[in-house]
Design a protein around this ligand. Structure first.
Ligand SMILES: [Zn+2]
Length: 294
């Protein structure tokens, strides 16, 4: 089953677009192959107080646009789903401007720290949340109540936030309506990622709001297709190995022949993430750069 992607999303940069009576979005000017049209920063609140989810990149005109969008409201909470450079850096100037506290699972790599794993370069290593939140914790403010839903996989510190008032889940990069997400080892973890997808499938959120692109309005079939897609990739990898295609570059060339070549390095990391899972489960054996049936 193909994933029912919707790539029709478009919005002007820097304008505050109302989505529901409680939620609006400001698009940051950082479009690209991984960010789609740019980082969509959500502003949540019904009255005087507001929360921001994933403030985005620290680009001066973007930060000014967020301040304009907040207007006379009081920013009390800055929630961060994870510490990639298109999500968390603008937390610093927004915090300095507003005095709001920042909330996240932890700094970059914190979900893997206990295992002694050193994570990849490229995360926002300057971000350290004021408040470290765990799965199931509630963040309540004026007109909004968020439940924290820990979803490691894309990164080890990835957190989704469920807005109880609207049965809406802010999914960061865990689930996106326009694309699959990138899982890059060692901080990214395919086994954890699959478990985090199944965790959302067991919930009854009415709508998903990813950080990039438009909403997912029918979560369950979308999540099922998202999971099936990964299982199909796994099957393809096992078929490659069974057929004597034993290195990651050869597998990518075979499996992603119809995908934009700019995305092939990311595809290679996703294939590696699957292979780490398969080795971990004892289904595949690693021999240098080659992978063989167990
Ligand atoms: Zn990310």
């Amino acid at each position: 089953m193909a994933i029912p992607f919707d790539r029709s999303f478009d919005a002007p940069f820097g304008e505050n677009i109302a989505l529901t009576p409680r939620i609006s979005r400001v698009l940051a000017p950082n479009p690209g192959p991984f960010t789609f049209k740019g980082t969509g920063v959500y502003i949540v609140g019904a009255g005087r107080d507001a929360a921001v989810i994933d403030p985005g990149p620290d680009i001066p005109e973007h930060v000014e646009a967020l301040k304009r969008a907040l207007g006379g409201r009081r920013l009390t909470h800055i929630l961060v789903t994870h510490t990639h450079s298109d999500h968390s850096p603008a937390a610093a100037p927004l915090k300095e401007w507003s005095g709001a506290k920042t909330y996240a699972f932890g700094p970059h790599g914190s979900g893997k720290a206990e295992e002694g794993v050193k994570v990849e370069e490229g995360g926002d290593r300057d971000f350290v949340p004021d408040v470290r939140v765990k799965d199931g914790e509630v963040i309540a403010g004026g007109g909004f109540t968020f439940e924290c839903v820990y979803t490691p996989g894309h990164t080890s510190n990835h957190m989704c936030f469920a807005l109880r008032e609207e049965k809406a889940l802010f999914t960061g990069d865990h689930v996106m309506g326009w694309s699959t997400t990138v899982v890059t080892p060692p901080d990214g973890d395919m086994a954890a990622y699959m478990a985090s997808l199944r965790k959302l499938l067991a919930r009854d959120d009415r709508i998903l709001w990813p950080t990039h692109g438009g909403p997912v309005k029918n979560p369950k079939p979308f999540l099922e297709a998202y999971i099936d897609h990964r299982l199909a990739r796994e099957t393809q990898i096992l078929a490659c190995i069974a057929g004597g295609i034993e290195t990651i570059p050869e597998m990518v060339a075979r499996m992603y022949a119809d995908v934009d070549r700019r995305l092939h390095p990311a595809a290679a990391r996703s294939v590696e993430a699957h292979l780490i899972q398969l080795v971990g489960e004892g289904r595949v054996v690693k021999d240098g750069t080659r992978y063989r049936p167990a």
